[in-house]
Design a protein around this ligand. Structure first.
Ligand code: XMP
Length: 490
């Protein structure tokens, strides 16, 4: 023995393919397994899945779709602060019960003008207000149509319905709907105590909200959204917090850097939103952040586009990393998110068995319609771009401080920790999520756990040899039809 040979007595660290869930006695039907969870101390979601804060994965369109399906999108930070704020607002305004930027008509406008305006704005009706904002009436396609044939220069005040049913700010979706049924109308202006317009509730809006009954919403009924911020970006953190972000994610490849922890602490003290700190991958790192973090995100190099482990020689296989962090976090009741390396639904549920409360995926979603970027065709096959946030391309359009590097003068001076790639085009997010959640529920069924907390308690692992791993994939056959949740090339 000696200083260095001792170092070779290394502990083992495992990842997804090294383990399987031990099947157990069960009365749980997979469809009934409840997958709701927490992503941070105060933020609950109905589906334990987050989309990665990457510029080829999550902008507002993805975040809206994720929240509507019950999960959480985390907006990337390769945007300037104003644009990040606008993105948060876009998510918060989607599916809003009360529409705020209401298209209004003026009583002196002509019917023809209002018709053109409604066309332009894509609305089918508009409250008519005076200069003070007081609601005088409401005009819709039905009011206008008879005039368009004969008197399209008539004034709106002639054509409008002047008996308007309004409601106050306190109105609930159910009350608004009752008003609409009772009066056979499709929109109810919201007014203050002086009858001034403050918003609008529409039938279409209410029905749309109903369609997403499983959506992840805040107390006010708005879709939830996460936002990535750099560890030293207190300004960005405060701005997106004020815009209504539910959870901020300290976005760093090595959050056990003590300067990063200082920065994260400062951000934690400056905002109302929950702050998830990451990424970490060891027990010691978890111990250093657990006292102030509202959630801890785990993943040092497991990602599909990551080269951190080969470039730096550092990393932690993901199952062991999650388990080490979860041991510490569970003591303080802090949620853990497993970030990166998930290729199949089975990997996602294994991460939860290892102690995570939710999982974050990048490549799995990068090929969907809702991810930024366009579909490209190579040799007749469709793809979408997917790149690491530590790739040269992503660092050029943002900055490299996720990897704690200063911006170099020349492009060739970048030391990237990620690659630029393409993902097969996959269609809508909804069907991808359906497969992912359905597979995770199957895992819960095999273990006999009806909820995520119960699954974390009850699940056990067995170790898989490489022969066992081969046995687990389709083998000795030629696959003739592609399954929606299995691709042999992955
Ligand atoms: P998956 O496997 O789901 O991983 O595609 C997504 C996660 O990978 C991390 N990430 C990176 N890691 N270099 C890295 O080492 C990179 O360039 C990079 N970009 C993203 C990130 O945690 C993401 O959620």
């Amino acid at each position: 023995t000696g200083q260095f040979t001792d170092k070779l007595r290394v502990p083992e660290a495992l990842t997804f393919d090294d383990v399987l869930l031990r099947p157990k006695e069960s009365r749980v039907e997979p469809d009934e397994a409840d997958v709701s969870t927490r992503v941070s101390r105060n933020v609950e979601v109905n589906v334990p899945i987050l989309s990665a804060a990457m510029d080829t994965v999550t902008e507002s369109q993805m975040a809206i779709a994720m929240a509507r399906q019950g999960g959480l999108g985390v907006l990337h930070r390769n945007l300037d602060v104003e644009e990040a704020v606008a993105e948060v607002e876009r998510v918060k305004r989607a599916d809003e019960l009360v529409i705020r930027d209401v298209v209004t008509a003026d009583p002196d406008q002509t019917v023809r003008e209002v018709d053109a305006m409604m066309d332009r704005e894509g609305v089918s009706g508009a409250p008519v207000t005076d200069d003070e904002g007081e609601v005088l009436g409401i005009i819709s396609g039905t009011d206008i149509r008879p005039y368009l044939e004969v008197g399209d220069r008539d004034e709106v005040r002639e054509a409008m319905t002047d008996e308007v049913v309004t409601a106050s700010e306190e109105v609930t979706a159910r009350e608004a709907l009752e008003l609409m049924y009772e009066h056979k109308i499709e929109r109810v202006p919201i007014v203050d105590e002086n009858d001034r317009l403050t918003g609008l509730v529409t039938m279409q809006g209410i029905l749309q909200r109903r369609e997403y009954g499983n959506a992840a919403r805040d107390e006010g009924g708005h879709l939830r959204v996460g936002v990535a911020v750099g560890p030293f970006e207190t300004d960005r953190a405060v701005a997106v917090d004020e815009a209504g972000a539910d959870v901020l994610f300290i976005d760093c490849a090595h959050a056990h850097n003590l300067n990063v922890i200082d920065g994260a602490r400062e951000i934690r003290e400056s905002v109302e939103a929950d702050v998830v700190v990451g990424n970490v991958g060891t027990r010691e790192a978890a111990e250093d952040v657990v006292d102030f973090a509202d959630g801890i995100k785990v993943g040092i190099g497991p990602g599909s586009i990551c080269t951190t482990r080969v470039v730096s020689g550092a990393g932690m296989p993901q199952i062991t990393a999650v388990a080490e962090v979860a041991d510490v976090a569970a003591e303080q009741d802090v949620p853990v998110i497993a970030d990166g390396g998930i290729r199949y639904s089975g990997d996602a549920i294994k991460a939860i068995a290892a102690g995570a409360d939710a999982v974050m995926l990048g490549s799995y979603f990068a090929g969907t319609d809702e991810a930024p970027g366009r579909v490209i065709t190579v040799d007749g096959k469709k793809y979408k771009q997917y790149r690491g946030m530590g790739s040269v391309g992503a660092m050029q359009s943002g900055d490299g401080d996720r990897y704690l590097k200063d911006e170099p003068e020349e492009d060739e001076e970048y030391v990237p920790e990620g690659v630029e790639a393409a993902e097969p085009y996959k269609g809508s997010l909804e069907s991808e999520l359906h497969q992912l959640v359905g597979g995770m529920q199957s895992g819960m069924g095999y273990v006999g756990a009806a909820t995520i907390p119960e699954f974390k308690e009850r699940s056990e692992f067995v170790r898989v040899s490489s022969a066992g791993q081969t046995e687990g994939h389709p083998h000795d056959v030629m696959i003739t039809d592609e399954a929606p949740n299995y691709s042999p090339s992955e």
